[in-house]
Each structure stands twice: as C-alpha cells, then as structure tokens.
Design a protein around this ligand. Structure first.
Ligand SMILES: N[C@@H](CCC(=O)N[C@@H](CS)C(=O)NCC(=O)O)C(=O)O
Length: 199
C-alpha cells in the first residue's frame, strides 16, 4: 500500500503507528502541509478533501480520513474489539478526537509550531487553547480509573488520541496537571512495536 503522508502530521502518525504495530509494510510519499500548491493534481483523484493521510491500496482503491484508515487496518486485529458495545465505544472516542480534540489541539500546534507565521493566528489561538484543555479534561476523567480508553488493552481509539496529545506541548499546552494522561501516554509508548512521530 501507499500512504500519502506528512512527517509532522499527527493524523498521518496515527496510521504509521498502527501499521508499525501490525508489522505491515507500506510506501510513504511525503506531502507538504504548509505549501498546498499542486495538492489537487496529487490527491484530487484519490481524496476529495485533498488531505493527508490518504491511503492507496495495491488495487488502486483510495481511502481518506485517519479514522477510516485506522478502522480499515484495525478490523480483525487486537486493536478493534469484537464486542458490539466496545466497538461503538472505540468509535465514540474516535469521533470525540475528531470533533473536540484534533480541531483544538492539532490546529493550535500547527499555528504555533508549523505554520511559519504564528503571530497571524495568535488572536484565534486562545479559543482553541481553551477548547483543547476541555478535551484534555475529558480524557483525564476517562482515564482516572482505567488504563485504556476502551476495554483492557490498547485500541485504535488510544492510537487516535495519542497522536496529538503526545505533542500537545508544541501547541502551548501544559500537561503537568494531567497525571492520568501522563501515565497513559507512557503506556502507549511502552507497547512493543511503538514508533515515534519522527521515525
Ligand atoms: N479529518 C482528517 C484531517 C486531515 C488533515 O487535517 N490533514 C492535514 C495534515 S494533519 C492536511 O492534509 N493539511 C494540508 C492541507 O489541508 O492541505 C483526518 O483525520 O485525516
């Protein structure tokens, strides 16, 4: 398979992390997430949202959205539960990640650390920062008495949420008060097969 990828993107890292755990080989093609010129020519036929990650299967079929790609590879593996309620809970936390977490934490991080013009976004960053802390509060309370977001082992919900939480400091977030999140971040990174975002 071929992965259109960005080395700094947490959304792409989710896919790379799962593929590493599953020991599945893939080819990586890097896309610049700041300079968007040529994006339509590159991804137009593959992913209508013109974003990465975009996956191309060996038979040419394409798939966009990090969560959909995680589900595609996760199905049938130890990273997606078999129980119907737990499967829905995995989706619960993946949808939470996409609606409450990523638009706040990933966007604040991009503006501050990767846009090349952080001052342009300074005024708007405050609101995203507040929203990001609300998402971290939700995670902290979920993890207060459990090791993983769903069930008794790591699932693709943990992978989805790990991607931008572990680099939230690059977006100006202080994670010191979040003890349960810190323990969980360490647990994810200790799993055999783990890779770092810059690997
Ligand atoms: N909801 C999408 C978001 C994808 C996304 O925002 N990708 C960014 C990189 S993290 C991107 O392609 N940015 C460049 C662009 O929009 O042109 C997902 O989870 O895959």
């Amino acid at each position: 398979v071929l992965l259109y990828d960005s080395p700094v993107s947490g959304n792409c890292f989710k896919v790379r992390l799962l593929l590493s755990h599953l020991a599945l080989p893939y080819e990586r093609r890097s896309v610049d997430v700041v300079d968007r010129s040529g994006r339509r020519e590159l991804l137009g036929a593959l992913n209508p949202s013109l974003r990465v990650p975009t996956l191309v299967l060996d038979d040419g079929r394409a798939l966009g959205e990090s969560g959909a790609i995680l589900w595609y590879f996760g199905e049938g593996s130890r990273f997606v539960p078999e129980d119907r309620y737990e499967r829905a809970q995995v989706l619960q936390w993946m949808f939470f990640e996409q609606y409450e977490h990523e638009p706040a934490i990933a966007v604040a991080r991009f503006w501050l650390a990767y846009s090349g013009q952080p001052e342009r976004f300074e005024a708007r960053r405050e609101e995203r920062t507040a929203a990001g802390y609300r998402a971290l509060d939700v995670m902290e309370s979920r993890l207060a008495d459990r090791e993983w977001f769903v069930g008794e082992s790591m699932t693709i919900a943990d992978i989805a949420l790990y991607a931008y939480t572990h680099v939230a400091h690059e977006g100006g977030f202080e994670l010191e008060p979040y003890g349960a999140i810190a323990g969980w971040l360490a647990r994810v990174a200790e799993q055999p097969g783990h890779v770092t975002i810059d690997a």
